[in-house]
Design a protein around this ligand. Structure first.
Ligand code: DAH
Length: 408
């Protein structure tokens, strides 16, 4: 209370009221560290008793250490044994520290006793450590062993269909020369599939023997028989000038056999520009053939008729197999499996786009001309990879796809 009076006197007027409260030290409750822990009273009056350095005590410490070492079942347990028996707080270490305080004449004997005892324990520790570590490593290796002879549950791997891979390769070629890829629907209008392509009403390809029409009869819809209608779609959508390749599925009223299928694939090429000639067509086909068949194939055109081109031609590529065997200047192999000895393989149709087709697609034939071509992708696959039967391509047997891998 004296303390309070003293402070009140010296304090400024404004805080005097606050200082009415006596400043008495409040006894703090002694809290345990955690609910179950009792606070440990620290007594300064009980110094640790000096360790006893006699043979019986040290001998007992060594025996206890050796027993614990022998009983340790793992390197982790052995670590605890080391701390307990030779660590700073152990009997042996305390004894070691106490030697310096012994009377001079006892120091040598005590030093020898403690040193030898500790050395013995350390040696046993090292030996046991080696033993336990080796056992642990052996156990780990045994646990991690993989039996490579066990049967696996690997699922068989699939493969991209060779047609898909080839189609990608074809697309790559056209994209590589700066063309675009255009697509159209497989259910197509009769107008786009025939009329806009300049096929007259009596054209034989319109017959139901060739074309699959959609019901009802006057629907005007069919399964496209060719990729050529995409020419019209592309011109209508993108205008001229135009450079597009149009890959896709087409349908015809055919039975499946070794060389025919009611569903197959074509790729159409269409270039519309201001100064295009048949020379550009042939140059493009030469480059295409080289990309697909390799080597330096030559394209040959033979006159033909298609409603949508004028002039029209059938295109042949110089047989890549005969070329590789005999060289360009030599005759074809008379027994060639690919060309049948002719030296040429028939690839499809082509020509200069008919002015009526340009007009149907809103392109002025006075300003623009262009060339077009169409190829069967199955045919390319069969020739290129020696596929003898069309049915192998459609049956979907994964072994067929795997055989050609993903790069064909
Ligand atoms: N569409 C024709 C067919 O399926 C192939 C064809 C011929 C496409 C000449 C063309 C072409 O673009 O100019 O037989």
């Amino acid at each position: 209370m004296r303390c309070v009076a003293h402070r009140r006197d010296g304090a400024p007027e404004a805080v005097r009221g606050l200082l009415e409260w006596p400043v008495v030290p409040v006894p703090r409750p002694v809290r345990p560290l955690c609910p179950r822990t009792k606070a440990i009273p620290v007594s300064e009056s009980s110094p640790t008793p000096a360790p006893v350095i006699d043979e019986a005590t040290i001998g007992a410490a060594v025996d206890a250490a050796l027993a614990a070492i022998a009983a340790a079942a793992s390197t982790d347990e052995l670590k605890q044994v080391r701390i307990q028996h030779v660590g700073d707080a152990s009997v042996l270490s305390s004894a070691n520290r106490a030697i310096k305080d012994l009377p001079k004449d006892q120091k040598a004997a005590a030093g020898k006793l403690v040193g030898q005892s500790k050395g013995r324990v350390q040696k046993e520790l090292a030996a046991r450590q080696q033993q336990l570590a080796a056992a642990e490593e052996e156990a780990a290796l045994a646990a991690e062993t993989v039996d490579v002879t066990l049967p696996t549950d690997l699922r068989p791997r699939g493969a991209s269909h060779p047609l898909t891979v080839l189609q990608d390769r074809i697309n790559d070629f056209f994209v590589g020369i700066g063309w675009e890829i255009a697509e159209g629907p497989e259910i197509e209008s009769e107008w786009l599939n025939f009329d806009a392509l300049n096929a007259d009403a009596e054209h034989p390809s319109r017959s139901m023997q060739d074309t699959l029409y959609l019901a009802p009869e006057d629907s005007g819809m069919l399964l496209r028989t060719q990729t050529s209608p995409v020419q019209i779609r592309a011109m209508l959508e993108r205008g001229a000038p135009l450079y597009v390749a149009c890959p896709g599925t087409v349908y015809r009223a055919d039975e499946i056999d070794a060389t025919h299928s009611p569903m197959f694939h074509q790729v159409e090429g269409l270039a519309i520009g201001k100064d295009l000639t048949m020379a550009n067509l042939v140059g493009t086909l030469d480059a295409f053939a080289a990309h697909i068949f390799g080597g330096a194939p030559i394209t040959r055109l033979r006159p033909n008729h298609f409603p949508f081109t004028e002039p029209s031609a059938e295109m042949d590529f110089r047989c890549f197999r005969c070329e590789a065997r005999e060289g360009l200047d030599h005759d074809a192999d008379p027994n060639c499996r690919v060309c049948g000895g002719t030296g040429w393989i028939e690839m499809g149709g082509c020509g200069m786009v008919h002015p009526n087709v340009l007009r149907a697609a809103g392109v002025d034939p006075e300003e623009y001309q262009g060339f077009a071509f169409g190829l069967g992708i199955e045919r390319i696959l069969m020739l290129r990879n020696g596929v003898a039967d069309m049915r192998d391509i459609v049956e979907g047997d994964v072994r067929f796809s795997q055989h050609y891998g993903t790069e064909i």
